[in-house]
Design a protein around this ligand. Sequence first.
Ligand code: DAK
Length: 258
Amino acid sequence: MSYEHILVDRPADGVGRVRLNRPKALNALNSPLMDEVNDAMLAFNSDAGIGAMILSGSDKAFAAGADIKEMDGKTQIDMLMTVSLVDRFDFKKLTKPVIAAVSGYALGGGCEIALACDMIVASETAVFGQPEINLGIIPGAGGTQRLTRAVGKALAMEIMLTDRKLSAEEALRYGLVNRVAPLDEYMDVAISIAQKVGRRSQVAIRLAKDAIDKAYEMTLAEGLAYERRNFLVAFGSEDKAEGMRAFIEKRRAEWTNR
Ligand code: DAK
């Protein structure tokens, strides 16, 4: 499939990258763009040569939110019937880790997409916010849930009720992002993290990501039981045998992802 609104490449071995590319609209998320993101990420997810993915925008804007001009023409029933749009914001169906590389505006749906990723690397110029309140709506792609879990209730209320924006440094302080790097380095940092993920046993990576995600969905007792199940699955893998043998023999493990 050839793409109109995104750029797709492999910036390093084992790393798949999707860059939103609607510069004139600050990467506002319209339906064709989201379709393309969905298609490209799913293709990387099922590509055995890819260990982790990066989702980014431009240096100026990760994404300024859902496309307001597109939404302006939509009715309540249109939004109800485009339920698949919400699914596209939900990266849970991706079993491989996704790192958001965020620079400039990450607003509304843009912030929500970043939050749906597994890690976030921000440039010093990144700005996070949920300005939907200015449009007479509220976040609809997970902001009230994921942002609140990330930064806590009080700050989440301020962000979503008063359009308080967070700088990159604030986002780091409040636990929204993993790293903040200078503008000319943030992408390299994201690629380096993606490579570190990709160099591990993909069996163990998949089971670990799955179990961590469950921490948001389950009670502690349920989550611990789920973790034990995934641990036992990992323990039966060829990569477990190889990883432990490599440690004892003082050599680098050769993962087969089996
Ligand atoms: N949509 C459409 N166009 C946008 C846009 C957006 N979100 N953001 C910017 N643009 C366009 C501008 O209209 C302008 O286009 P032209 O007028 O030149 O044609 C161009 O990008 C440059 O923007 P500005 O001239 O405004 O640039 P500035 O540097 O002055 O300002 C800004 C940058 C990011 C502060 C400003 O553009 C801005 O406030 N943008 C809107 C931010 C916003 O309100 N975002 C939240 C949108 S609501 C759902 C799930 C999720 C959602 C909805 C439904 N389901 C349940 C289905 C999500 C909703 C949202 O994200």
